[in-house]
Write a protein that binds this ligand. Structure first.
Ligand code: SF4
Ligand code: SF4
Length: 73
């Protein structure tokens, strides 16, 4: 299990899909969920596969992705 967990701040997402496209572990996938901007927010479907490379956090143009420490062992 990754020590840090990626999280999407849904209200900030503009649905560009960069995180889906560039995550080396395919953690993100397209979803049907709309945020208040009316764009589809990616779903985190393989969070356990995350290698904590930080690419998604760096690439997201709207700073909508964060990594938070988890309590999981
Ligand atoms: S930190 Fe790296 S592996 Fe984890 S979700 Fe982001 S891009 Fe994917
Ligand atoms: S890179 Fe950021 S703004 Fe683009 S779809 Fe992913 S979370 Fe949303």
């Amino acid at each position: 299990m990754p020590k840090n967990k990626v999280k999407i701040i849904k209200s900030l997402c503009k649905g560009c899909g960069y995180c889906i496209e560039f995550c080396p572990k395919n953690v993100f996938e397209r979803s049907d969920e709309l945020n208040e901007k009316g764009v589809t927010v990616p779903a985190i479907v393989r969070g356990d596969e995350c290698i904590e490379c930080g690419l998604c956090v760096m690439l997201c143009p709207d700073f909508a992705i964060t990594m938070e420490e988890t309590d999981d062992e």
